[in-house]
Ligand binder design. Sequence first.
Ligand code: IMP
Length: 203
Amino acid sequence: MKHRIVFATGNAGKMREIRLILGDLGCQILSMKEAGADPVIVEDGKTFGENAEIKARAVWECTKDIVLADDSGLVVDYIGGEPGVYSARYMGENTSYEIKNQNIIDRLKDAEGEERSARFVCNIAAVMPDGHVVHTESTMEGIIADKPAGSGGFGYDPILFIPEYGVTSAELTIEQKNRISHRGKALEAMKMELRRILEEESL
Ligand code: IMP
């Protein structure tokens, strides 16, 4: 049986990346809107994994397909893991990233070298048609830059310096970022999980 994979997001950019990576699984890939699901979702989890599962399960309740959702954010060690699951809401949803980014840099004014370690984290939850859940999680490791740099990407990209590349995440090309990003790697890992589950099913 050909499964449907529904992704619990309204973000067109994410859907493009998901179609690109999961395209060869032989499943039909739909956004939640295309699947006719529009549940009210309260993201009140304390971890990326909890939030990803909350989103996936809310859509799964409507469609009972294979439903995927992701949750991601920036984790800065020196400030206790902030902004973490509050990355989008940090300093208020409507505050510009110019201000959010400068605020994080200011809070790290006394941090040196490895004390500035930080990472983007992405957790993906897949709720299967029988209701059981599988997670994958990946990171993109870096350090908080002294000042923002680069105009690519979005959000906190200008302040996460990636030592292997010698530039911030906002200075990587889209191809470079997709290859090493937290979301790209978590999606690749999810593709392997789904392939394994689908193969087991057809035995
Ligand atoms: P969401 O998982 O799409 O809700 O993303 C949560 C928030 O984490 C975003 O609004 C950004 O603030 C931050 N974030 C997640 N991934 C990235 C990234 O690749 N670059 C910059 N910021 C990111």
